[in-house]
Design a protein around this ligand. Structure first.
Ligand SMILES: Cc1ncc(COP(=O)(O)O)c(C=O)c1O
Length: 367
């Protein structure tokens, strides 16, 4: 028995679309699948524009560049997220300012944002962490009050909803990832979503080496090659045609985990705010009694029983390049959580088996 933490779901549909793309000869970033994938994704998110990119990290960088973020700026991000959020800010020369999270949603705390604003602050990047949407209304209100831009980092949250509205259209621009462990995949890949036509055109131009639309091979400024290939878009389109069944299965997974894992006040699974639809990118298991050392031992025990897990993210403020005082809530959370397996072929029976092992360890560690 071996349960990986995640696995892409690739069916004959994906194989047939990618094969068609390969055979068409349109193997680079021109080809019909690019537009079809972008259209399908825009429609899914309820936005006017979607722009494919080669991964979520470059997507974040591109969004920041297109919105005019540069070395003179500060960008407020959560201290608790994947490192790409901070790196993308750093690539622009701007300073990532790390702030604390809400203890329930694990997403950026609006109060913490307010406290971190300086005259140099230009943007906020709320991250919809592990599939749970950030509390966007107060964040957008703060942004309006201080004239700040908001970029959703939706890398982990395809299909999540905030007050009944899908993430991706809740701010100036959103960025998704299609890395192999994400809700849908293109191998590597990403997507920008937005409603502003000017921003879409600017991001598209910067993505394609900033080539002038009037004069081929004329580049009025420094751009990037952050394009997705037609092959990846073919895979992405096939995944989009299956996204409802893929996300539905994630709901079943958490339902089965909730049914079987012995939760209590001190042992919890994914939180869901009353206003949220969680996309459940990863199953989150938290136990208040864990710490970094105990958690490692807990994960090793799981591994010995054939169950892969991963620790919650370490704080960005603990990493050499972003070193600063740790955010207290995030610090506490980062050492008590692990993620359990969640993927399309995981059955109820599999979840029961994993849960039985987890329950045995809950007893062993007296959690
Ligand atoms: C929160 C977050 N932001 C950004 C990224 C970057 O996406 P990618 O791996 O496609 O570059 C990821 C995913 O890995 C992520 O989890």
């Amino acid at each position: 028995m071996h349960y990986p933490i995640s696995q892409p779901s690739i069916t004959d549909k994906e194989v047939s679309y990618v094969t068609d793309a390969v055979k068409s000869g349109w193997v680079s970033s021109l080809g019909r699948y690019i537009e079809l994938f972008e259209k399908s994704f825009a429609q899914y998110c309820g936005v006017k524009y979607a722009l494919t990119v080669n991964n979520g990290t470059t997507g974040l960088h591109l969004a920041l560049e297109a919105l005019g973020i540069g070395p003179e700026h500060e960008v407020i991000i959560p201290d608790f997220t994947f490192v790409a959020t901070a790196n993308a800010v750093a690539y622009t020369g701007a300073k990532p300012v790390l702030v604390d999270i809400d203890p329930n949603t694990l997403c950026i705390s609006p109060e913490a944002i307010r406290k971190a604003i300086t005259p140099r602050t230009k943007a906020i990047i709320p991250v919809h962490l592990y599939g749970h949407p950030a509390d966007m209304n107060p964040i957008n209100e703060i942004a309006k009050e201080f004239n700040l831009l908001v970029i959703e980092d939706a890398a982990e949250a395809h299909g999540a909803e905030y007050h009944g509205v899908r993430v991706g259209g809740l701010s100036d621009c959103a960025v998704f990832s299609f890395y192999g462990n994400k809700i849908i995949t293109t191998g590597e890949g990403g997507m920008l979503t937005m409603n502003d036509e000017k921003l879409f055109k600017r991001a598209k131009m910067l993505r394609d080496h900033a080539m002038s639309s009037e004069k081929r091979y004329w580049h009025p400024e420094k751009g990037f090659n952050y394009r997705m290939t037609n092959l990846q878009a073919a895979l992405g389109l096939a995944q989009m045609e299956r996204i409802e069944e893929i996300t539905e299965h994630r709901n079943s997974l958490i339902y089965w985990y909730r049914e079987t894992i012995h939760t209590s006040e001190s042992v919890r699974l994914n939180y869901v705010a009353p206003w949220a639809k969680n996309a459940y990118w990863l199953i989150c298991f938290e136990a208040d009694k864990l710490n970094d050392e105990l958690r490692n031992s807990f994960m090793l025990d799981l591994k010995e029983e054939g169950v892969d897990s991963r620790p919650y993210f370490y704080l960005l403020s603990s990493m050499p390049m972003y070193q600063m005082d740790p955010s207290p809530v995030a610090l506490r959370k980062s050492v008590i959580g692990i993620n359990l397996p969640s993927y399309f072929t995981l059955s109820k029976d599999d979840v029961n088996k994993i849960a039985a092992i987890v329950n045995k360890l809950i007893t062993k560690y007296a959690l």
